[in-house]
Design a protein around this ligand. Structure first.
Ligand code: NAD
Length: 284
């Protein structure tokens, strides 16, 4: 049981963890901080937090567990701000979508308390954001990846693992570098593709006429282009190398499809599409 949980960033990810732990009776008190007072007030009103802190220092000082769930671009500043106010008993964890960047920031800020930091990433979410998007069931039967370093305290890792299991998640431990490549492939690249498709169509003069005829397939493919722009800007920049590598691979594949269409190479197209279909059908 967590006595006092501090949630920095009470949006979809932070808010849902707080609601889930409360629902399951796994936390006695949740104190929350978000940059804007309106968001803190909203989180209080929605019962996500029991107390709104006026500063990061106030939020973390008495906490036994700190969960940082701000956009990736704010992680380093938040970790630097909280560092002077945590002690050797405080466990600090996060929900950021790219792990190597957060680990570097935590190492730089936390100094001798870096072993208390357990890097994490819940593989769960929706295209919605803010406190009103949070719900207690978000993590049920979803994966959470923890990417401890060689310095991470074993007992801290165990407690964070337990916290996620208590909200119904399946916890996996993975190396941060591997995590960043895997997530670039399965999440970051698909978001870039969806943003690019919708953005490209939106710039066409006949956009309205084109989108009027968009049906289920377009809706499915484009749903994630409705995700928060700042969050995805930060993820692309935060996982730059892996995203760039995959974009290059993707462009090479697209060039082959383009060449096949140009030359009328139907065999290439049907073989390739069929391989992709089989790969998908065998997994979902
Ligand atoms: P969100 O926009 O719903 O919530 C972010 C919260 O952080 C908001 O309460 C906002 O007020 C607060 N905030 C922003 N800047 C801040 C700052 N400088 N200091 C303090 N608070 C600040 O976003 P989210 O979807 O909950 O994402 C949070 C983190 O979780 C991100 O790092 C994201 O990469 C990661 N994540 C998101 C998803 C997803 O699908 N949305 C999934 C897994 C992980």
């Amino acid at each position: 049981m967590i006595k006092r949980l501090a949630v920095i960033g009470v949006g979809l990810i932070g808010g849902s963890l707080a609601l889930a732990l409360k629902k399951n009776g796994q936390v006695a008190q949740v104190i929350g901080y978000a940059r804007s007072e309106a968001v803190r007030h909203e989180a209080l009103q929605l019962g996500i937090i029991d107390e709104a802190a006026a500063s990061i220092a106030d939020a973390v000082q008495q906490a036994d567990m700190v969960f940082v769930a701000v956009p990736m671009g704010a992680m380093a500043a938040v970790l630097a701000e909280l560092a002077p106010y945590v002690n050797e008993k405080t466990i600090i964890t996060d929900g950021g979508s790219a792990k190597q960047q957060v680990i570097e920031a935590a190492k730089a800020s936390l100094g001798s308390l870096f072993p208390n930091f357990v890097p994490g990433h819940p593989i769960a979410g929706t295209e919605k954001s803010g406190p009103s998007a949070a719900f207690a069931e978000l993590y049920e039967a979803h994966r959470v990846v923890l990417t401890p370093t060689s310095e991470t305290r074993h007992d801290a890792l165990e407690q964070v693992q337990q916290m996620w299991q208590q909200v119904g998640a399946d916890v996996f431990v993975m190396d941060a570098e591997q995590h960043d490549v895997v997530l670039a492939a399965t999440s970051h690249l698909p978001h870039v593709l969806a943003f690019n498709l919708v953005g490209m169509l939106a710039q066409r003069d006949d956009c309205e006429a084109v989108l009027r005829y968009a049906a289920g397939g377009f809706r499915d493919f484009s749903r994630i282009a409705s995700s928060d722009a700042i969050m995805w800007r930060d993820i692309c920049l935060g996982n730059r190398e892996a995203v760039l590598d995959l974009l290059q691979q993707y462009r090479a594949g697209l060039a082959q499809i383009e060449a096949a269409i140009r030359t009328g190479d139907g065999d290439y197209l049907s073989t390739f599409f069929n391989q992709a279909k089989q790969a998908r059908d065998s997994r979902f």
